[in-house]
Design a protein around this ligand. Structure first.
Ligand code: NDP
Ligand code: 2IT
Length: 446
């Protein structure tokens, strides 16, 4: 089996040279899916996995814009339309200087399986730019978004491809992108999700990823008759996903003691709650990418250049970015008695870290399962747009709860071993794969 996986990976690497993050994401899936398709040869015969690792379409374009000084700037723009077997391409846009084709291909590939898990009819895609929002004025952000959409608009549409936010793209950016799309097409449609409530957005979309991550962890903990109540939690990041996770974990009676940024992490022994959670939003809105001001504001300790995983906690929720939790961090968490790790970010744990969690048999969920609440509520936003109607927060939250439970159940169904331990990586990958693969088989040579 190892030989088959190695051979498959050699070919993926040869065809996508240098794309490290993409190779990493594919390998994690191949390790689970190749043994599975051995037992289900219809997928192997039709080369479904080989087809799935090749995006249906990749668009790369120039994004010229002018800064406030009148200087001309040029960035790269991308949209990867990865797989449309079960619905229109769907996935976020990331604006961050670290964005490359490899990063977006890893995210797009993950998105295909994630969207399949949500139970909603959405294919997978991802896009973005190497544009750095840090320190940019509001006007610069607007001009950049308008230029980005001036090319992207011809490739997307409410029944074709529906982008949303990701790192560096929140409500403000979706507004500017939507405005430009509307001008160019003379159409008011649900072409983007994460819109403002007054112009077609869904209630609960801002909270959805972080809340969904906590709901998923709640489901994992429930398998051990446990809950968030009274637990100490480490969260990384201080963006949209981290904010949602801190809010919900606190509401459920846990104490969140860390948040982090690229500059380091803060340790708040009293827990991040109330006005401190609101302050997270202020901090993010400054566009300065630093978390240190939280420590000054509330008189707590700041650990420059460090990650929060060295603290003793019961639950860890990595919500910042890929590969932010390595083997050393994982070992430290285990030594300190962590019982549950729920990924809010996409691929935040390195493969070596995951191996350590698996060996220790703790509750560990991959992002494609536990952060699917964000895109799930995006799917609900698409439904509301199609109906020209808006559900209440309670309605959306109830649906989100159900979806996260369904995803958990699917992971348990496909990931439980003979001793009753649940491998959520295996469960999520097989459950996500089967739906897409069957659709591809049904649709012929696609
Ligand atoms: P935000 O832009 O709101 O916040 C991202 C956070 O991560 C910031 O604190 C950011 O600081 C930090 N970060 C990003 N890249 C790096 C890096 N290379 N090194 C250190 N810190 C970094 O993004 P989101 O909260 O939306 O996204 C966070 C994660 O959740 C991402 O992995 C994203 O793909 C994932 N996700 C998001 C969903 C959503 O609905 N928004 C849905 C599902 C998953 P900085 O600005 O400096 O990068
Ligand atoms: O990674 C993700 O799932 C997202 N950034 C959300 C995508 C979406 O379409 O809402």
């Amino acid at each position: 089996m190892t030989e088959k996986i190695n051979k498959f990976m050699e070919s993926v690497i040869a065809q996508n040279p240098g794309e490290k993050e993409f190779h990493q994401a594919v390998k994690e899936v191949a390790e689970v899916i190749i043994p599975f398709i051995e037992e289900n040869p219809k997928y192997a015969d039709a080369k479904i996995l080989e087809r799935m690792v090749e995006p249906e379409r990749t668009v790369m374009f120039r994004v010229p814009w002018q800064d406030d000084k009148g200087e001309f700037r040029i960035n790269k723009g991308y949209r990867i339309e990865f797989n449309s077997a079960i619905g229109p391409y769907k996935g976020g846009l990331r604006f961050h200087p670290s964005v490359t084709l490899s990063i977006l291909k890893f995210l797009g590939f993950e998105q295909v399986l994630k969207n399949s898990l949500t139970t909603l009819p959405m294919g997978g895609g991802k896009g973005g730019s190497d544009f750095n929002p840090k320190g940019k004025s509001d006007n610069e952000i607007m001009r950049f978004c308008q230029s980005f959409m001036s090319e992207l608009f011809r490739h997307i549409g409410p029944d074709t491809d529906v982008p949303a936010g990701d790192i560096g793209v929140g409500g403000r950016e979706i507004g500017y992108l939507f405005g430009q799309y509307k001008r160019l097409r003379n159409e008011f449609t649900g072409v983007l999700t994460g819109k403002g409530r007054e112009w077609g957005g869904s209630l609960m979309r801002p909270q959805a990823t972080g809340f969904g991550n906590v709901y998923f962890s709640q489901n994992m903990l429930a398998t051990k008759n446990d809950s968030f109540k009274g637990k100490t939690v480490a969260v990384s990041g201080f963006g949209n996903v981290a904010w949602g996770a801190v809010t919900k974990a606190t509401e459920l009676g846990a104490k969140v003691v860390t948040i982090s940024g690229p500059d380091g992490y803060v340790y708040d022994p009293d827990g991040i709650s109330g006005e401190k959670i609101d302050y997270m939003l202020e901090l993010r809105a400054t566009n300065n990418d630093v978390v240190a001001p939280y420590a000054e504001e509330f008189g707590v300790e700041f650990f420059p250049g460090k990650r929060p995983w060295e603290q003793k906690v019961d639950i860890a929720l990595p919500c910042a970015t890929q590969n932010e939790l390595n083997a050393e961090n994982a070992q430290k968490l285990i030594d300190n008695g962590v019982i549950c790790v729920g990924e809010g970010a996409n691929m935040p744990c390195t493969p070596e870290a995951v191996e350590i969690f698996h060996k220790a048999k703790i509750l560990y969920s991959p992002g494609k399962a536990s952060n699917a609440g964000g895109v799930a509520v995006s799917g609900l936003e698409m439904s509301q747009n199609s109906m020209r109607y808006g559900w209440s927060s309670e309605d959306v939250d109830k649906k989100l709860h159900l979806i996260m439970k369904d995803i958990h159940d699917a992971c348990v169904k496909y990931g439980t071993d003979e001793n009753g331990w649940v491998d959520y990586v295996k469960g999520a990958n097989i459950a996500g794969f089967v739906k897409v693969a069957d659709a591809m088989l049904a649709q012929g040579l696609v």
